[in-house]
Design a protein around this ligand. Structure first.
Ligand code: SF4
Length: 380
């Protein structure tokens, strides 16, 4: 019998940390392997979080580095930064994620062992995780009502597979419920390349239609369907998460971190700032490299004022003559001009006053509109 591997990547962010704790508690029978893909450019709080999780889990978190950078005496980011000739990564040229997150992960898994990769995207988020193109890796999303990845749903709802799915439901449902399943499976779906958005919409409708009839029934139907595929779960007799109906949202994540004693990374805690005699609050909204280009202007100011040494270090990577800057059209040197700082804080204050939700001690609540942006490999 083929043994499958269960892996969980701890990004250094709150959601993957909470997922590790949650699964460890709820499924002690599953032997999880934990890994972390290091860039060498995280804040100290992230490394502290990793240490706390290791203590809690009683298990080592394996630190992964891409093969190319392993022999180097430099940290992974500096190694690749030089090999890209000082070209700083950006949202449109994200070599950092490829070289320091995805490559080491796929090298670690290899191409042989069927592997389930657990991802901490929450039930209150509307984004998809990274889906490996390798046949032996399958992603699972335990915090969501729908634990399956988009590629699985595409196959499951393909008209060619309708009968297999219906057969399973016929074994558990009768009458009106079974008619509903048939109507969901018979509803229109297109797989034309130029109609991708329509396909996603139709899949969502079918998914919700079946989930509404029972989450665990849908999971069992999907598991049954996977048996006829080459997905890692096809090698399993049973799977404990099929009956999991939990949906975990942001408050649950903070609660899990606090109650476990692992703690919430300090950079999520708000700090006060002053501007034009008014008080505002700022923090960092997510984990990842301290110079990440996905961060907002106010987070850069937070870095400048709360971790000036790291800000200075970030400045060193910029080459203004070549337009290699972390932010488009603005160097970090320009960003910390006193008038620019004032303007950024005033903009932030105005926005937060508009959006503020009352009780949360975390800036996440007012950065909620941007939390889904960025890199799922770094910020989950
Ligand atoms: S945190 Fe940002 S800079 Fe660092 S690897 Fe991820 S996307 Fe790149």
């Amino acid at each position: 019998m083929t043994t499958i591997k269960h892996v969980l990547g701890i990004s250094g962010g709150k959601d993957s940390a909470a997922l590790a704790i949650y699964l460890h508690e709820k499924y002690p029978q599953i032997d999880f392997s934990y890994y972390y893909t290091d860039t060498g450019k995280e804040l100290d709080e992230t490394y502290q979080l990793l240490e706390n999780i290791e203590i809690y889990l009683g298990k080592k978190i394996e630190k992964l580095v891409a093969h190319d950078a392993k022999a180097s005496s430099e940290n992974p980011f500096d190694f690749f930064y030089k090999s890209f000739r000082g070209y700083v990564p950006s949202a449109t040229a994200r070599w950092c994620t490829n070289m320091m997150k995805l490559q080491p992960f796929e090298q670690y898994i290899g191409t042989e062992i069927p592997t389930l990769s657990y991802v901490g995207i929450r039930g209150d988020e509307d984004r998809e995780g990274y889906i490996s193109k390798k046949d032996n890796i399958q992603s699972i999303f335990p915090f969501r009502k729908n634990i399956w990845s988009q590629d699985v749903l595409h196959k499951l709802f393909h008209p060619n597979n309708k009968e297999v799915v219906l057969d399973y439901y016929t074994s558990i449902f009768k009458g009106e419920k079974l008619d509903k399943v048939a109507s969901v499976l018979n509803s229109e779906i297109t797989f034309e390349r130029h109609q991708r958005l329509a396909t996603e919409r139709q899949i969502k409708t079918k998914l919700n239609g079946l989930l509404d009839l029972g989450t665990s029934d849908f999971n069992h139907a999907t598991f049954q369907f996977l048996k006829g595929t080459k997905y890692p779960l096809s090698f399993e007799e049973d799977y404990a998460l099929l009956d999991n109906e939990d949906v975990l949202v942001r408050d649950d994540v903070f609660r899990i971190l606090r109650e476990s004693g692992v703690g919430v990374p300090a950079y999520y805690e708000k700090k006060e700032y002053q501007v034009d005699g008014k008080k505002g609050e700022y923090a960092r909204s997510r984990s990842g490299c301290f110079f990440c280009f996905f961060q907002q202007k106010i987070e850069w100011i937070w870095l400048y004022e709360q971790h000036p040494d790291k800000f200075k270090e970030a400045m060193k990577y910029e080459n203004v003559d070549e337009a290699f800057t972390w932010n488009q059209n603005e160097s970090l040197e320009d960003l910390i001009h006193p008038e620019r700082i004032r303007q950024i804080k005033l903009n932030h204050l105005e926005r937060t006053n508009r959006q503020k939700s009352e009780d949360s001690p975390y800036l996440m609540d007012i950065l909620d509109d941007t939390e889904g942006d960025g890199c799922v490999a770094c910020f989950v």
